[in-house]
Design a protein around this ligand. Structure first.
Ligand code: AMP
Length: 545
């Protein structure tokens, strides 16, 4: 029998403190670039834990953060769970009523709030029933003018804190370490609680060479916010492995990303497709040195094949497509070719690279269709169900758990196929599939095809009600500037025609200046559906003539 040593985040921090004390965390804050070694991060983390203990934070209490990706947020990532409390990362872009709902629902006792978000919290302070103290994150050691009380400056707490604070030695690996709320299609956000064990196992998985292969030699730039699924677990993985972390701070633009990649010699960066679309545009307009990059990691929404090819063929930057959910910590699958697939025709390889990939070691998947389990033949569709040590088994104190979990399996809400090789292809979110005359049309496939057109910057395909077919797809397209005067709806339909069955073609293509985005940068299809819900039923619509 082996030792039953608990998998706790304290061991992740201690490894960086003892083995990689000289490695650095680069943090872009409101006042510029700051550099800390893991030794310093460890000391500041312990000082923060001692200060939180002084403020009354006890084992199991929730501590909320409204913060950018910076060194202070990283310190909270360790101080809170390692002292036995629970880190609640709050999405700063939620509407006000959702913000107060999740803070009350999680029963946050202390809030760590970046200076920039003070107005956000001041506006809802009277609706927060459990918060006992506010800590203001910023480079200054003074407390700014604020209506919040009692209020403390983070840096003054760190200065006065105990840099040798000892974390409890009796943490159980199944104790909660963090929580994150995910937006529901309808209704209020749903809470997911991570444990020490799930966080450590998930971090280890990011180091596998067949997943993301994160290692000591990496310089990692998580652009995905630390308030969204723990920045995909990169802060924990990088600290564990001693990788250099580059935390991009507030107001990240494509220019900021390009400059950080060049200046810090970033090797891996992670973000949603819209981030990579923006960076590609920036790099094409203003070349930067990017040859340090060994991979950009793209997840959170489907990476169009055209985007992958643009990065690899035009920009010379390797591109990895991965898939996951808040409920799964998030890593579920990574699209890498199997060794014997390297000889396949180029086109087929791009197809595989644009799938959501192979389920990572540790997780199990199945497809559940209308008539039971669907076969793994690349054709039969079903809802993807998952289980594994870093998959949630319920929502936090939420009745909706009943619909989302069955016999130890999570229903992802994603409709997928899995082929004989095991590659998962997400056909659509269940709610985004277009049901036309009883047949399914994948909005994702149409979007990917459109986004491979040279004139198209972004494309979102939505289902709109149709009197005859129940629903039909329409495409909302943003054209790249130079093509705006010269590209017509017919050009795009002609381009799609050879690629799809006739009945898949969008009934209309609408040109927009911008596709509305969710708080984490994904297409906000709900808003488009609402805006265009009468598009095919109104008298002026040509398809009704
Ligand atoms: P969230 O919990 O906000 O991270 O959203 C999770 C959802 O994003 C999944 O259920 C998918 O619908 C979608 N998603 C994440 N990654 C991908 C991907 N690589 N391809 C397609 N959809 C994705």
């Amino acid at each position: 029998m082996m030792m039953n040593v608990p998998l706790v985040l304290t061991s992740v921090l201690e490894r960086a403190e003892t083995i990689f004390p000289k490695k650095t965390v680069v943090s872009r804050t409101a006042s510029g670039i700051q550099r800390y070694t893991y030794k310093e991060i460890g000391e500041r983390t312990r000082a923060l834990a001692s200060a939180l203990a002084e403020l009354g934070v006890k084992r199991g209490d929730r501590v909320g953060t409204l913060a950018w990706n910076d060194h202070r947020h990283l310190e909270a990532y360790f101080a809170v769970p390692c002292m036995g409390a629970v880190l609640h990362t709050i999405n700063i872009r939620l509407p006000k009523d959702h913000l107060s709902y999740i803070i009350n629902h999680a029963e946050d006792k202390v809030l760590l709030v970046d200076r920039q978000f003070l107005p956000l919290i001041e506006a809802i302070k009277d609706e927060l029933y459990t918060v006992r103290a506010f800590v203001i994150l910023g480079d200054e050691a003074e407390v700014p003018e604020t209506a919040l009380a009692p209020v403390y400056a983070y840096e003054s707490l760190i200065a006065a804190g105990d840099r040798r604070y000892r974390f409890p030695q009796d943490l159980d690996e199944n104790e909660p370490s963090g929580m994150c709320y995910t937006s529901a299609t309808t209704g209020l956000p749903k809470g997911v609680v991570y444990t020490h064990r799930s966080s450590v196992l998930h971090a280890l998985t990011l180091g596998l060479v067949d997943t993301l292969g994160l290692s000591e030699a990496d310089v990692c730039l998580p652009i995905v916010p630390m308030f969204h699924v723990n920045a995909w677990g990169t802060p924990y993985a990088c600290t564990y492995f001693g990788s250099t972390l580059v935390l991009p701070g507030p107001n990240v633009t494509p220019k900021v990303i390009a400059e950080l990649i060049e200046a810090e010699k970033v090797t891996t960066a992670s973000g949603v497709p819209t981030v990579w679309l923006g960076l590609a545009k920036e790099l094409q307009e203003r070349p930067h040195k990017t040859d340090s990059l060994r991979a950009v990691i793209c997840g959170g929404a489907a990476a169009p094949k055209g985007l992958i090819r643009l990065y690899e063929e035009k920009l010379g930057i390797p591109f990895i497509h991965a898939y996951g959910l808040t409920e799964t910590s998030p890593l579920v699958s990574v699209a890498r070719l199997k060794s014997y697939q390297n000889d396949l025709p180029e086109e087929e390889k791009w197809e595989i690279r644009a799938t959501q990939g192979l389920i990572v070691p540790g997780l199990q998947a199945k497809l559940v269709g209308e008539n039971g389990e669907a076969a793994w033949n690349g054709k039969e569709m079903g809802e993807l169900w998952l289980r594994g040590p870093w998959v949630a088994d319920e929502y936090y104190k939420d009745e909706r758990s009943r619909e989302a979990f069955t016999d130890g399996w999570l229903h992802t809400g994603d409709i997928a196929t899995i082929d004989e090789e095991g590659f998962v292809k997400i056909v659509d979110r269940a709610k985004d599939l277009v049901k036309s005359g009883g047949e399914w049309i994948s909005s994702v496939d149409l979007e990917n095809a459109l986004m491979a057109h040279e004139a198209v910057f972004e494309a979102a395909v939505i289902a709109v009600p149709h009197p005859k077919w129940q629903e039909r797809p329409i495409a909302c397209v943003v054209l790249k500037e130079p093509y705006q005067a010269t590209t017509s709806k017919e050009d795009l339909l002609d381009y799609l025609r050879p690629q799809f069955a006739k009945w898949w073609l969008p009934d209309d293509i609408i040109f927009l200046d911008e596709i509305p985005k969710t708080s984490v940068g994904k297409f906000l299809k709900r808003a488009l559906r609402e805006r265009f819900k009468n598009h095919l039923t109104s008298a002026s619509d040509p398809s009704m003539a």
